[in-house]
Structure formats: structure tokens, C-alpha cells
Design a protein around this ligand. Structure first.
Ligand SMILES: Cc1ncc(COP(=O)(O)O)c(C=O)c1O
Length: 204
């Protein structure tokens, strides 16, 4: 949306974007100086969120060198089997390779099985891989299941530098308390007010 990249930074769309991001940051309790951008949809927001996680977790300058699994451990991402298909595509587009994605089973309520997640992270560490990102979904596309955001944030904190990197919010009004509870516990998150706004926001 923002055409500032064309050198036109005094255009209405820039102000609309900044205003909307300001409202969203305040709604989610983010610091006023956190950054964000509007994107064309959930898939693009996922791509940006996972790129943030990649840059943050890689023990080298991945933006400069590109993904390097020859000299460095493979970065690992975790999501439940109910995670959206765009996440796998994003991981492939980011050059991580789908071998970097672990699909974790879900419980009867379609939320991620936390014990299985812990086990997968442990296995990867033992095998010399680097857990980089837990992808939590707050409102899966199939059933609206909300992963236990706080439990996942706890694991992310214990497992540094694992980072709970994003959550998908399909119904802000209903879910905002869950998101607020987990605010500041993630590097980047993307959320959707149905089709109204697709946004990636990164707290500073
Ligand atoms: C949880 C989740 N992630 C990603 C997407 C993809 O969004 P889009 O179709 O806007 O790219 C959807 C779409 O329904 C979704 O529900």
C-alpha cells in the first residue's frame, strides 16, 4: 500500500498506513515506536513475520550471506498440523527449505500438542539443528482453534533463542485479551481483522 518506496513519501496512503498502524499498536498494547507495515494479505504477512524470525535467530548475517546450512546449523520452525499452508510456502520462499519446518500434532481440540513440540525441539537440538521459531496460530483456518500462546511463549523463553514469532488473529475483538497477555513475548506477529487489515508488526 505504502508508495514511499517510489520516493513519494508525502502521499495519502503513507498517512493512512501510519494512522492505522498507530491504532493497531495501541489496541494491542505495543510501544508507540514499534514498527509495522500493511500487506496485501495473510500469506504476505506470514512471509514477512517468518523473515523477521529468520534474521533474528540466525547466528550470522542471513540478510547478507543468505541461508547457509553448510557452515551453520539449520534453523528450525515449528507449527501445528493446523497451521496455514502459506507458512510452508513462506519457509520455502525464504530459502530455508521445507526441511526447516516441523509439523507438530494437535490435540482433540485442534490446538498444538505442547509436549510433542517440546520433544521436537529437544530432538532438533540433539541433532545439532537450531530451533528458531514457534509459529502459534490464534484462530486456525479450519476450526478457529487458538494455540496456547502463553505456554508457547514460555517454551520460547526457556529455549532461547527460540522465539514465538507470530500469531494469526482472525477476530480481534474476541481474541485481543489472549494477544495482549502474550504481548511483548514475540518478535513479530501478523494479524488479520478478517479481510480488513493484514499487518505485520514488530515490537522494538
Ligand atoms: C490463519 C491463516 N493464515 C493465513 C491465511 C492466508 O491469508 P490470505 O488468503 O489473505 O493470504 C489465512 C486465510 O484464511 C488464514 O486463515
Amino acid at each position: 500500500m505504502n508508495s514511499a518506496s517510489l520516493g513519494l513519501d508525502e502521499v495519502a496512503s503513507s498517512y493512512v498506513e501510519l494512522q492505522l498502524l498507530g491504532w493497531l499498536k495501541s489496541l494491542l498494547g505495543y510501544p508507540a515506536d514499534s514498527s509495522g507495515l500493511l500487506l496485501s494479505g495473510g500469506s504476505m504477512a506470514n512471509l514477512v513475520g517468518l523473515a523477521v524470525a529468520r534474521t533474528h535467530a540466525a547466528p550470522y548475517d542471513v540478510r547478507d550471506q543468505g541461508v547457509n546450512v553448510s557452515d551453520h546449523p539449520r534453523l528450525m520452525y515449528y507449527m501445528s498440523s493446523e497451521g496455514h499452508s502459506s507458512l510452508r510456502k513462506a519457509i520455502e520462499l525464504l530459502g530455508l527449505g521445507s526441511a526447516s519446518l516441523r509439523i507438530v500434532p494437535v490435540k482433540d481440540d485442534f490446538t498444538i500438542e505442547v509436549d510433542a513440540l517440546r520433544e521436537a525441539i529437544g530432538d532438533d537440538r540433539d541433532a545439532g539443528r537450531l530451533p528458531a521459531c514457534i509459529i502459534a496460530t490464534a484462530g486456525t483456518v479450519n476450526t478457529g482453534a487458538i494455540d496456547p500462546l502463553n505456554e508457547l511463549a514460555d517454551i520460547a523463553q526457556e529455549e532461547k533463542p527460540v522465539d514465538a514469532c507470530r500469531c494469526s488473529v482472525r477476530r480481534i475483538r474476541e481474541d485481543v485479551s489472549a494477544i495482549r497477555t502474550s504481548r511483548r513475548r514475540s518478535r513479530a506477529r501478523r494479524f488479520t481483522r478478517l479481510r480488513f487489515a493484514q499487518v505485520a508488526i514488530r515490537p522494538v
